[in-house]
Write a protein that binds this ligand. Structure first.
Ligand code: PLP
Length: 310
């Protein structure tokens, strides 16, 4: 398997996706295959972890501690990166330990990550000084990486995504948003005139405007504008799957042979289909959808997807 340690950006394929609805409208849809960047440090996680791991190596900390849910792509990728590079990792997991761990957490434990389960209530207060002090008592001096890996290095890593292709040649570049870190990186790296669309995977995604601006400001980057958010394709909330989402993903995979997952990139696809339906693209437009990976999470969603298609 490819090692991650050197973090040299590999060649990332771009696939032209022949979806009949896009073809009929004369719009070219392309897919940036970040899902192929690494089998286990997948998609945007590869870019998010790149500089955070370097920063950790330069710190005096003995381990990395981070946060996530039972199906977190970030926890999965961090656990593997730690295993590969001989770095101790701790995952603070939202919710009580279940009798049967999710495959994500089974993998993480297998790769040596220590799991610290906390109640949903405690998890909400994960930045509180008292909670952090208790973690420090238990785990010593750790390098803390925020949920989703969107810490101080997220922009440095994710801005590299947009330099993987000729962004100026596209009329719209679209990616899914959870914390907004990936989109913030794309905004920071975008050439003048490029237009970006972030699709909120969560209900009530308005917070993303402020959080993205905060991430940009923290990296001393002036907001260049030219980006917007789609807040109406969350399908009921984080990890919620509607029939129209399941159908859109099935349609995409039938015509492209490429798999998506419904928590993030599936919703970004849905937003593009919705824009097309609303006549918001012009004939001749070229659109890039960023596949941000996370296919490991699909292990927990297959039955739900089938149920929605029934
Ligand atoms: C597969 C996948 N795509 C997209 C995102 C959204 O990224 P961000 O949190 O940087 O907005 C995530 C979450 O980090 C993810 O796991």
């Amino acid at each position: 398997m490819t090692t991650y340690s050197s973090a040299v950006v590999p060649d990332i394929p771009i696939d032209v996706i022949d979806l009949p609805v896009f073809k009929q409208a004369g719009v070219q849809l392309e897919l940036l295959r970040l899902d192929l960047v690494h089998p286990l440090i997948s998609g945007n996680k590869w870019f998010k972890l790149k500089y955070a791991l370097q920063a950790f190596q330069l710190s005096d900390c003995q381990r990395i501690l981070s946060f996530g849910g039972a199906w977190s792509n970030h926890i999965h990728a961090l656990a593997y990166a730690g295993f590969e590079q001989g770095i101790e990792t701790v995952g603070v997991i939202r919710g009580e330990r279940a009798g049967q761990l999710s495959p994500t957490l089974v993998d993480a434990e297998r790769w040596g990550m220590q799991l610290e389960f906390v109640s949903r209530w405690q998890y909400r207060g994960k930045s509180d000084a008292e909670f952090v002090a208790r973690l420090r008592d238990k785990y010593g001096d750790f390098y803390s990486l925020p949920e989703g890996g969107s810490g101080e290095w997220v922009i440095a890593g994710c801005r590299e995504i947009i330099s993987l292709f000729d962004a100026a040649a596209y009329d719209l570049i679209c990616c899914a948003c959870g914390t907004g870190g990936t989109l913030a990186g794309l905004i920071a790296g975008k050439p003048e005139g490029a237009t970006l669309l972030g699709v909120s995977a969560l209900k009530g995604g308005d917070f993303l405007y402020a959080d993205i601006r905060e991430l940009l400001a923290a990296a001393s980057i002036d907001d260049p504008g030219g980006w917007s958010l789609a807040l109406d394709c969350h399908e009921g909330g984080y990890a919620k799957v509607s029939s129209r989402l399941a159908a859109a993903m099935q349609y995409f995979t039938q015509h492209s042979g490429i798999g998506l997952e419904p928590v993030y990139t599936g919703k970004a696809l849905l937003a593009l289909l919705q824009k097309l339906e609303r006549g918001e693209f012009a004939r001749g437009d070229r659109v890039m959808l960023v596949h941000t990976g996370g296919m490991q999470g699909l292990r927990g969603m297959k039955q739900t997807l089938l149920n929605r298609l029934a």
